[in-house]
Ligand binder design. Sequence first.
Ligand code: ATP
Ligand code: MG
Length: 360
Amino acid sequence: MTADPLPTGSTIGILGGGQLGRMLCAAASRLGMRTHVLADGPDPPAGQLANRVSISCYNDLEILRRFAKSVDVATYEFENIPASTIDTVAGFCQVRPGRSALVASQDRLVEKSFLRDIGVDVAPFVGIENRSELLDAAKAIGFPAILKSRRLGYDGKGQARLRTVHDVERAMNAVGNKPAILEQHVAFDLEISVIGARAVRGSKVCYNPGENVHENGILRTTRVPARISNEIENRAVSISETIMDMLDYVGVIGVEFFVSGEELLVNEFAPRVHNSGHWTQNGCAIDQFEQHIRAICNWPLGDARRHADVTMVNIIGKEVTTVQELARKSDHAIHLYGKSEARPGRKMGHVNKISPTSGG
Ligand code: ATP
Ligand code: MG
């Protein structure tokens, strides 16, 4: 099954129905592939583009079996799919990326421990189960520090900052009194991320790192080129490649870093296409979505070189009402996700502001 590229007309199964799945469906369609999306809520953004949609929770065994039998390869567009779901699907078809990447990224303590064990620098951290452990951990790590729930965090949710020992109780409540990880607060100069891809046979490509700015825990902008030295860029790429190799990874990954001076720390990785890689849609010949489809279908990876400077800006909540103003700007490429309800903090789309680079 790993030997031959999947032929055009094959069906790709996508677990998860959000905007990442939607853009994967578009890329798959460009390559003549069909898509079957399995999502757990009504009217998933990906469902508007998929050839077939199943709506179900992720642990209905019968539906999972039917889904898996209907596809030639399966992937996931968010990392909180239960591992048991992957196991069921993997009984019938290849799941790429595989289980180990999913499991490592679902739990911040497992993720940070994995990174440290393979020799990647991360901020000092301690896993904690309860308030008294948090107090001890805070004394060991020092202040300021950040408490994060081990599981199910995204867009900065399930996190609390601690400035003094008096913040322990509030922080513990903020993470729902669940198992958590305490990290030293990193006084970074900037945040970057590398979008990389690894093929079935182990070849790899990485895009130029993007420079990310978050607001209220949500990604606001990514710009390329990032304002970093070649040395930092090369190290970030090399670390991302190591992570992919150690996970025997297949597909696109997003690796987030903190940069402080010449120090480079990994914050986390996402075993999927990534919001900070949306700039590739208008900055590269082969974007991260097509790259992922190519990788999981055992096609050759595409060129990841950048032909434009791009600033990607997320369109969040009610900002979507400004889209006609954005459309008047000729260098703004607009990508909307087909979501009807513009709730506060909800990612509704993004815009890529493009200026072509002069040379090769
Ligand atoms: P996302 O879904 O946006 O990736 P997340 O909920 O998975 O977010 P993180 O990426 O761990 O959470 O944290 C969100 C942001 O909070 C980071 O991008 C960074 O700006 C800030 N942050 C997280 N950990 C630290 C830290 N140890 N030191 C300083 N800032 C941090
Ligand atoms: Mg993050």
